[in-house]
Design a protein. Sequence first.
Length: 267
Amino acid sequence: MYHSAGTVTDRCDLSIVVPTYNERERLGELVTSVASVFSAHRIVGEIVVVDDNSPDGTGRIADELATRYPLQVVHRQGKLGLGSAVIEGFGQARGAMLGVMDADLSHPPSVLPGMLAALRALDVDVVVGSRYIPGGASKNWPLIRLAMSRFACVLAWPLTPVRDATSGLFLVKREAIEGVKISAAGFKICLELLTRSRIASIAEIPYVFADRVAGRSKMTLREALGYFVQLRDLYGVTFKGRTPRAAYRRVSEDELQRLIRIAFPGR
């Protein structure tokens, strides 16, 4: 593993970790969009790209972007899994608040101010972006994929009050997950953290997931089967340890807009 950093500064409030593998088509657009959101809302933030030695040259593109944007790049030697990529990104990140989003713009950067406003104003440990509460949706998904995604979330309901427990879009306070040990080699890092960490309070906000228009989905049969193994392990952690259920708050679209107006007046 090696690391590069360009225009990052010492001060940082929010670090967004973006795991990548063959994401050259839209990485530049994502970095530009996130940096623009930071600038427009006066958020002192950075992006941390964790690249798993992408054959398409994603890592080289990220290095070039780091010369122009508040971006760190972590280069890993191979495809080592999404969960470990996120944890390595958190280790390099400098912000007191940490986030995760996809590189393919399935998670719109425009949701970040609302998530940050909710994290601060509601004084919760984590804010999860949700497709499955009022105001949330998944655009252009076939019915079978939507049904499978909803079923995966239902299976996790005994573990967490979050309705979209398989979400890959979230912000979390560093102090709530410091020192946590995860075992997720696959996709569901948010669910791992909700179950294994010291997270005691959660807010869930709606957003619209837009399916990728470039590159290939990282979901495979192996990843899908791995989710059931992960669920088995997390059920064991939850019911063996009898961890108290986290306090939960669902944020409506109207409340979210009010929080944004208060946090970022004039925007």
